[in-house]
Design a protein around this ligand. Structure first.
Ligand code: ADP
Length: 359
């Protein structure tokens, strides 16, 4: 005789937090249906596109919660879309749920590659993503994605971003200046262009806006922090001790402007030789994980030196690799899920917004 009932199943999962809001799934109307047949249960859960990268993990947790109260039961979790449009961010016209800055202490560590790859991976999981290249001193996003053209103005005088495959809006200074032109930025110009990129661009409705930050300096971070509340920053570094010192500076810079740190990514973390399969730790390995622990910052994962990724970046084909190459994208999938998980943990830890009765 099975002890499973619709009530038992519903109660087991009702309070699990929705990854996006951190509120109980059932209270958000996201437990759409529960059916039970002997020792088999099926739960239909509404998930927003913001949480799409968490679907597998959420399925596993919900299954284990049911099995914990009804050992031996077989549980199937079915996800359906749960539409929840984004609100405006701060005082600007941008509509996005999570704005994430990707920064580094210095150039050349793969920050733009990681920023673009996180955006592409979120999109592959089904989230709605925009990518803003705020690395105004060396915009490389158009090159990595093989994009060119000049953004047009819409009838409402808003900037039309250049789109990758019709669904990933991208804005970059690289679309506005010739590739070989040096741009000399004065503070107010920089401030103005970042605000225009953010507020005057027709981004559409986004789950995530990923911002590729210029390395090191704090000007753009300050402008951003004044313009809108950011969900947080991802810090990219390489494993060597000197690179980690730069990463620490980037972390302290973001902290100064009160942008929370979502975690650290170790890029160029080991190299697996495609010919012999042997792994070489060219820059060392694990330094960022250790440093992250010391700084009480989450470690989001490592990305090995990958010749396929480098070639794809040089040829403007990063999107193709993320879409088709299981080996190259595996570490990026893990990093992207870690970012979304970190947001979910923060949402769940926020005190519930209930008004207390006045005594
Ligand atoms: P940054 O934005 O920090 O200046 P980029 O993302 O432009 O760095 O990367 C610098 C160079 O390193 C590019 O040629 C890029 O293709 C390459 N690169 C970045 N990450 C990797 C990696 N994990 N494996 C191989 N090459 C990489």
């Amino acid at each position: 005789m099975s002890i499973l009932s619709i009530e038992i199943v519903r109660n087991a999962v009702a309070d699990h937090p929705d990854p996006e809001t951190g509120r109980p799934l059932d209270s958000m109307g996201q437990i759409k249906n529960v059916t039970v047949d002997e020792n088999r249960a099926e739960i239909t859960v509404g998930l927003t596109t913001h949480s799409a990268p968490m679907a597998d993990e959420l399925s596993d947790v919900l299954k284990s919660k049911v099995v914990a109260v009804a050992p031996g039961s077989k549980v199937n979790v079915v996800f359906v879309d749960h539409p929840r449009p984004p609100a405006r961010v701060g005082q600007i016209a941008l509509k996005a749920k999570s704005v994430i800055a990707v920064g580094s202490g210095k150039g050349g560590v793969g920050k733009s590659t990681v920023a673009a790859s996180i955006a592409l991976t979120l999109r592959r999981f089904g989230s709605k993503v925009g990518l803003m290249d705020a690395d105004v001193y060396g915009p490389s996003i158009p090159h990595l994605l093989g994009l060119s053209g000049r953004p047009a103005l819409t009838a409402q005088k808003r900037i039309e971003p250049i789109k990758l495959g019709n669904d990933l809006p991208v804005m970059s200074m690289g679309f506005l200046v010739e590739p070989d032109q040096a741009v000399i930025w004065r503070g107010p110009m920089l401030h103005g262009s970042i605000n225009q990129f953010l507020g005057d661009t027709d981004w559409g409705e986004l789950d995530y806006l990923i911002i590729d930050m210029p390395p090191g300096t704090g000007d753009v971070a300050l402008t951003l922090s004044q313009a809108l509340p950011l969900a947080g920053a991802v810090i990219v570094c390489t494993p060597q001790e000197v690179a980690l010192l730069d990463a620490m500076k980037a972390i302290s810079m973001f902290r100064k402007v009160e942008i929370p740190i979502l975690g650290m990514v170790e890029n160029m973390s080991g190299f697996q030789c495609p010919d012999c399969g042997k792994t070489y730790d060219i820059f060392g390995k694990g330094g960022a994980r250790k440093k992250a622990e010391e700084l009480s910052v989450p470690f989001l994962g490592g990305l090995p030196i990958d010749v396929t990724l480098r070639t794809a970046g040089d040829e403007g084909k990063l999107a193709e690799v993320i879409e088709t190459n299981d080996t190259s994208r595996a570490p990026l999938d893990a990093i992207t899920k870690a970012v979304v998980r970190e947001l979910a943990i923060r949402a769940a830890n926020q005190p519930p917004k209930v008004s207390l009765p006045t005594l």
